[in-house]
Ligand binder design. Sequence first.
Ligand code: DC
Length: 224
Amino acid sequence: MRLNIAIDGPVGAGKSSIADAVAKKLGILHLDTGAMYRALGLKALRTETDVRDERAVTALCAELQLDVRYGEAGQVTMLDGEDVSGLIRTPEVSMAASTVSRYAEVRRMMVRRQQELAAKQDMLLDGRDICTTVLPDAPVKIYLTASSEERARRRWLEMREKGEPDTFEEVLAQVIARDEQDMNRPVEPLRQAEDAVLVDSTEMSFDQVVDTILRLVEEKTHGA
Ligand code: DC
């Protein structure tokens, strides 16, 4: 059977870096699905498409030249043949991605691309709807979260390292705003799948979270 691992959870829970580490340990690829919505957000900003215009954004998505490759450092997100892996990490793109990801048709197209990739190979996927919609039958399903203060604190430390000037309060407000938007959107709101295992990383170190997930994978795939 395909080893597909699904990790969901809110913004800033560390999904992406945790997923990277777990996938590396297991020797499988990691698909950061958020990067796909971010690429669409970036494309909208670049083409001055109003992200609130569902029709225009859906049309943009249908034509999106999006490609995911794998290099030494993991996933490389390509938009129109350009590596945009770094450019999609700005707060402006984050907000645009959160808005465009609310649209049903956009989600349908992105989910289909993600399912095709996962069907082809052993893969770990992380995002907001992986357990609930993209891979509901994945053998391992995890909901990774942490308190909003802790998630904001981690993000803020990361931003400070990069010399970005936002205060902790600003970052916390952004985290809360995106939670609001992601959890209350009409289409596929973020929620924990009933059969997903909850991992709350508020009081855990990075390595503890990785080990917890590796143990779960072991249990689920070899029978506890
Ligand atoms: O995980 P991230 O911050 O890179 O995600 C960017 C945005 O895309 C975020 O607001 C939620 C959305 N998203 C989604 O709706 N479904 C996914 N599978 C991944 C991300």
